[in-house]
Design a protein. Structure first.
Length: 252
């Protein structure tokens, strides 16, 4: 029997879906698999294009205001749209500078968004799922920088390492409730966060260290995302799936 990625009848929440990067793409992929989509961001106007694209393809999508760094905002959002079956914790920020150049506000912004934000959304989702006596799938977007070192992004790398460990901890705690918690750890994909860097000499040199010798295409994440969102991964929890063209396998 082949894997079944059908998500018909399920509700999927995607945070950080207002950009042209991972979030918007994830929302569209899940919608095409049949899920009803809730896209979340701090500003609703930034979500209109994503909703329009999904509806133009015959899908269902709604927007909700959510600041992942604020637990009150997260809880209010869950009260508005109810209980999701799938949660994609995608909201994230980065600040590129050496550790000595990073300010306290830079550190706090990255940690509050990337790590505390995952905590706020995941725990709110789990509470709703447990109260409804339903299981679900939480998919955290980590990074290979949480596994291997990278220069100039220490707060970001630390936050993603925290996401990886949180994935394992929550996967252990919530398995009894039928809630699966897994993570995708992407390598280098062209997004608004890193586009300028990969146009520099340093960025081009990094590409040469990727065994597949290319940046990731967003479509390279579709299969792993649908695996974790669907019943095809029903016996997986606490797993970290790297999608990086073999980058973390490269020699030092």
């Amino acid at each position: 029997m082949g894997a079944n990625f059908d998500l018909a009848g399920r509700i999927a929440l995607v945070t950080g879906a207002s950009s042209a990067g991972f979030g918007a793409h994830f929302a569209k992929v899940l919608a095409e698999a049949g899920a009803e989509i809730i896209v979340a961001a701090r500003r609703l106007n930034l979500l209109e294009q994503v909703i329009g694209d999904i509806e133009a393809r015959g899908g269902k999508a709604h927007a909700v205001v959510m600041d992942v760094t604020d637990s009150a905002s997260v809880n209010a959002a869950f009260e508005e749209f109810g209980v999701p079956d799938i949660v994609v914790n995608n909201a994230g920020v980065a600040r590129s500078a050496t550790a000595l150049e990073q300010s306290d506000s830079d550190f706090d912004l990255v940690m509050n968004t990337n790590l505390k934000g995952v905590w706020n959304v995941s725990t709110a989702a789990a509470k709703a799922m447990v109260a409804a006596e339903r299981g679900g799938s939480v998919i955290n977007i980590a990074s290979i920088t949480g596994i291997r070192n990278a220069g100039g992004i220490t707060p970001y790398a630390v936050s993603k390492a925290g996401v990886i460990q949180m994935t394992k901890q929550l996967g252990l705690e919530w398995a009894r409730y039928g809630i699966r918690v897994n993570a995708l750890a992407p390598g280098y994909f062209t997004t608004d966060l890193n586009r300028e860097f990969f146009e520099t000499g340093s960025g081009q040199a990094m590409l040469k260290r990727i065994p597949q010798r290319r940046m990731g295409d967003l479509s390279d994440l579709d299969g792993p995302l649908l695996l974790l969102a669907s019943d095809a991964s029903r016996y997986m929890t606490g797993s970290i799936i790297t999608v990086d063209g073999g980058h973390i396998l490269s020699t030092l």
